[in-house]
Design a binder for this molecule. Structure first.
Ligand code: NAD
Length: 377
């Protein structure tokens, strides 16, 4: 059995593509109608969100920020995204020109052009930017490294798109919370009640990071429960869920070990749960024994074969032969590509905040189709 609930084709990246797009009728005629998006923090998440936004016909990137003229600036220049400094300090802005980059100004200059800013700064740093966004009068979206208490609102496409319609700001929940929501929300919607225990086996660092670990140890998160389960309740409070977590020496993917208790009379079977998930967006279901995809290494190789840039996998990967319903207890594993599952969610969140699409399924379909087309898939 092999289900993919999205369309895959092959991505061919051309550094010249932006030049073609910039001069296209889309860029010119649609300019006044599109949502203007600023990216504050052009790192692992920021550069991916920028491309996902650039792919859409109802929004455009008005600029991205870097703290200093470091190597990420080259990518922004190649993509044709106007480059701004994360800070308004004149000396820091001037340092970009000294390094040979055209810097269009500081964060305030960028915010003056934007309808919404996507804050992709490192975890817990974003909170210090909130007052600046409020002062500039732009809508704001933070990432999962920030606390729900700071934003007062959280978002994931499958759980609470409608509740985020027209709000001033929100937080796209973490990669793990997004992954849990993708499989648990459809189950909850069917059962009307759900109690979950899960363990997050977390990658120690992203592939591009050299300052994190462990590199030869298994590190339990000595906070019980870990934040992941309670975080699901910020977008779907009806799901009762607890989690524990361990970090392991890998850079590719998290794996979740999930045990869910379904209510009496749920009427589901293992096969019908797989069928339900196969109809839910952004999930991939594969049989490990049949495909030979039995570890996260093969999942990532599969993702690279699809051909999305950076080898990204926006979908949550479920092993069909790792799913079993025993009476009222459901057991399953799922794998999360930490750097990319939240990327399309940011695009859907923009549509919710700007009040342009109330149906999350319509937004998801539009987002994903545009990303595929953009990547020539
Ligand atoms: P990153 O370190 O790769 O990138 C952060 C970028 O923000 C860098 O370019 C950095 O220079 C810049 N920056 C530093 N200080 C800033 C400031 N004050 N204002 C604006 N930008 C600043 O981090 P990341 O992995 O992209 O994470 C960004 C956010 O996304 C965090 O909240 C993180 O928890 C969340 N997130 C990360 C992952 C992941 O796997 N990397 C997955 C889901 C969510």
């Amino acid at each position: 059995m092999f289900h993919i609930s999205v369309q895959f084709t092959i991505e061919i990246y051309s550094p010249f593509q932006r030049c073609v797009n910039r001069g296209s009728p889309k860029a010119g005629i649609m300019r006044t109608m599109t949502i203007k998006v600023a990216i504050n923090g052009y790192g692992t998440i920021g550069k991916r969100v920028a491309d996902a936004v650039d792919a859409q016909d109802d929004m455009e990137i008005v600029g991205v920020t870097k703290t200093r003229p470091a190597f990420g600036c080259d990518l922004a220049v190649r993509k044709g995204y106007p480059l701004y400094c994360t800070f308004d300090d004149a000396e820091r802005i001037a340092s970009f020109a000294d390094a040979g980059y055209i810097c269009h100004g500081g964060l305030s200059d960028l915010l003056a052009l934007a309808d919404v800013v996507i804050d992709c700064s490192p975890g817990k740093v974003g909170a210090s930017n909130k007052a600046t966004y409020e002062q500039a009068g732009v809508k704001w979206i933070f990432q999962g490294g920030e606390a729900h208490e700071m934003t007062g609102m959280s978002y994931t496409s499958s759980a609470n798109h409608m509740e985020n319609m027209n709000v001033q700001g929100t937080r796209v929940v973490s990669c793990n919370t997004t992954g849990l929501s993708r499989t648990l929300v459809p189950l909850y919607d069917h059962c009307g009640e759900l109690s979950v225990e899960c363990t997050m086996i977390r990658r120690a660092a992203d592939p591009g990071e050299s300052n994190k670990g462990p590199i030869n140890a298994i590190k339990p998160v000595l906070k019980v429960p870990s934040h992941h389960g309670p975080d699901v309740m910020t977008v779907k409070p009806e799901i009762k869920i607890n989690s524990m977590a361990v970090a392991v020496p890998t850079t590719i993917m998290h794996v979740h070990v999930v045990t869910a208790t379904l209510p009496e009379g749920h009427g589901l079977t293992t096969a019908s749960i797989l069928e339900m998930w196969s109809r839910s967006p952004r999930l991939v279901i594969m049989n490990g024994a049949e495909t030979g995809i039995t570890t996260t290494a093969e999942v990532m190789e599969f993702a690279r074969d699809i051909g999305r840039k950076w080898g990204d996998l926006h979908e949550i990967f479920i092993w069909e032969d790792g799913v079993k319903l025993e009476g009222n207890t459901l057991y399953y594993f799922q794998a999360i590509h930490q750097e990319s599952d939240v990327i399309p969610e940011n695009v859907d969140a923009i549509r919710a905040l700007m009040g342009v699409e109330g149906d999350w399924l319509v937004s998801v379909a539009k987002t994903d189709a545009a990303i595929s087309k953009y990547n020539n898939l």
